[in-house]
Design a protein around this ligand. Structure first.
Ligand code: PLP
Length: 400
């Protein structure tokens, strides 16, 4: 039997999905699992997004679209960006199968094998998988829970720059920490990128989820660096439509877009249904976003307050996205998260978190941390926090 590829063996399994078999077994035993482990919102997709699906005639042919995406959609997206202060033309936008594919195309287009990207950790775990696919080395720079996972200092970035460094990647606001980077911090990154001849990649899929009166400042708004900036974006969370698999890759660097499109051609076309749903979503009324926004603020406020009331637990206040990393008084979050699903329940119910080590590239970090997605309503969050408190009382590895 010939051997399967080394790359595939080295490809990490998603730490968010790794515990799913344990959750499935718990459910088979009749246990209700509150899913706080994954960023799948329970928010309704806007009604207007579903309209085009109702209008298909029986002789419709579901065709490939242009590899860059439907032109009408790209033009509409340029309008969306103009509306949020990002000056792009439709030719600066490629439609992709989710932000995931936009990340993949970016890594394939920017990096040669073995080149390095600096990323503040903890970071979105699929960056690891995509880096493995593209043979790129992630150089982590640790941010800490004590200061709310603020962007590490410029000196820390500069210490990690080598002759192989090609880019810095940030997620703003961040999954998994909820940290929001300010305009000043982005201006500093701009300086480093110019000084050390680097690209700046920003994953802004949570752009609309910014709280406490802060305004989101996009990497695309930085001046004098336009040709070095790549934006990763997605419909998944913005319009609560993860299943449409639509996202976009945006850059004013024409050569980058031209080369990235070749990866688009290799997969022929982005999803057709996703695109028509995505295009219609741009007509969602302001009230939709206001309601969603208010709901997340309510959930966040409840969750952070409840977590910090549990003895030994600490969670900083996230200013964006819908995640938080919480520190728990435990020996090992991988063990704790498995134990919650395999060995524990409270009146037939338990909770599922994502163990934080999978979000760090530095071994040993995040052992007493979990990532919690506040994608459930306040009643479910309330019950989840009761369960957490009881679980910490009973878990054999709780530090007292
Ligand atoms: C930070 C971040 N980037 C990218 C993605 C990819 O999303 P999608 O491929 O659904 O657009 C996600 C999904 O959770 C995410 O959290």
């Amino acid at each position: 039997m010939p051997k399967l590829s080394t790359r595939s063996y080295e490809m990490p399994a998603s730490p968010i999905r790794k515990l799913v078999p344990l959750a499935d077994e718990a459910k088979k035993r009749g246990i209700k699992v509150y899913h706080l482990n994954i960023g799948q919102p329970d928010i309704k997709t806007p009604e207007v997004a579903l309209e085009p699906l109702k209008n298909f005639s029986p002789d419709t042919i579901i065709e490939y679209t242009n590899s860059a995406g439907l032109e009408s959609y790209r033009r509409a997206l340029a309008g969306y960006y103009q509306g949020v202060g990002i000056d792009v033309d439709y030719t600066d936008i490629l439609i992709t199968a989710g932000g995931s594919e936009a990340l993949f195309f970016t890594f394939m287009t920017l990096f040669n094998q073995g080149e390095e990207v600096i990323i503040p950790e903890p970071f979105y775990t699929n960056y690891n998988s995509i880096a493995r696919e593209a043979d790129v080395k992630i150089v982590p720079i640790t941010s800490t829970i004590e200061n709310g996972f603020a962007l590490p200092s410029i000196e820390e970035f500069e210490k990690r720059i080598t002759d192989k460094t090609k880019a810095i990647l940030i997620c703003n606001p961040s999954n998994p920490t909820g940290a929001l980077y300010s305009r000043e911090e982005l201006e500093q990154l701009r300086e480093i990128a110019l000084k050390h001849d680097l690209f700046l990649i920003a994953d802004e899929v949570y752009r609309e989820f910014v709280y406490d009166g802060y305004e989101h400042f996009s990497v695309m708004q930085l001046k004098g660096i336009e040709d070095r900036v790549v934006l990763i974006d997605s419909n998944s969370k913005r319009f609560s439509q993860c299943g449409t698999r639509t996202g976009y890759l945006v850059s004013k660097n024409k050569e980058f877009i031209k080369l990235a499109l070749k990866y688009g051609m290799a997969r022929l076309s982005p999803p057709y249904f996703g695109q028509i749903v995505g295009e219609a979503s741009l007509r969602a009324p302001k009230e939709y976003f206001q309601q969603v926004y208010d709901e997340y603020v309510k959930r966040r406020n409840f969750l952070i307050d409840a977590l910090n009331k549990i003895p030994g637990v600490f969670a900083p206040m996230p200013h964006g996205a819908f995640y938080t990393i919480a520190r728990l008084p435990i020996d090992d979050s991988e063990k704790f998260c498995s134990w919650l699903l395999s060995d524990f329940n409270d009146n037939g119910e338990t909770i599922m978190f994502a163990p934080a080590p999978g979000f760090y590239a530095t071994p040993g970090l995040g052992k007493d941390e979990v990532r919690i997605a506040y994608v459930l309503n306040v009643d479910d969050l309330k019950r989840s926090m009761e369960i957490l408190e009881k679980a910490l009382e009973q878990y054999p590895g709780t530090k007292r």
